[in-house]
Ligand binder design. Sequence first.
Ligand code: SAM
Length: 186
Amino acid sequence: GYRSRAAYKLKQLNETAGLVGPGDTVVDLGAAPGGWLQVAAELAGDGTVVGVDLQRIRPLDGVETVRGDMTDEEARERIREALDGREADVVLSDMAPNVSGEYSLDHARSVHLARMAFETARELLAPGGDFVAKVFDGPDVRDLRRDVEREFDYVREVRPEASRKESSELYLVAKRRLTAPVRAGD
Ligand code: SAM
């Protein structure tokens, strides 16, 4: 079985948008407890899957894990080491803040995490690669989406059926990166 119900959201996103295929190199941000990692490893076959989280991720066959904070540059460096010179074909983020209950704050924090994921994608993703980031819907999504749109063929907002109905989360799904990876500061 899967470690989280979230696994079914990635399955649905993958069916909708065709994200992970055999042999792909996949980076999954906010990966604990590991449901998305299990699905990504199934889809990538003998590809490479790297999972990152603040929390420890219990070991999984065929998956490399990094414990780190994606708001910290060091975590990106550790991912780069795990990739060992490979560019990523897919960067996924299911990162979410601890919810405070104050919606505007939770929204702002979630957009910040999605931006961190976008910066990571800009550094690691191969041309033609895909990027997915969860975000709590709200006013700041527009600007984020516009910034992501500049670097990809197109961006869609997807609300997987498996997300609970009352949930305000959506996924920005960006297909086919247009440019080559850039280093931080570029
Ligand atoms: N996709 C996962 C799965 O299928 O098991 C579930 C992810 S859960 C919804 C969100 C995760 O984001 C949490 O495990 C949390 O620790 C992680 N997270 C939140 N902020 C983070 C950060 N700054 N750096 C890394 N991970 C973070």
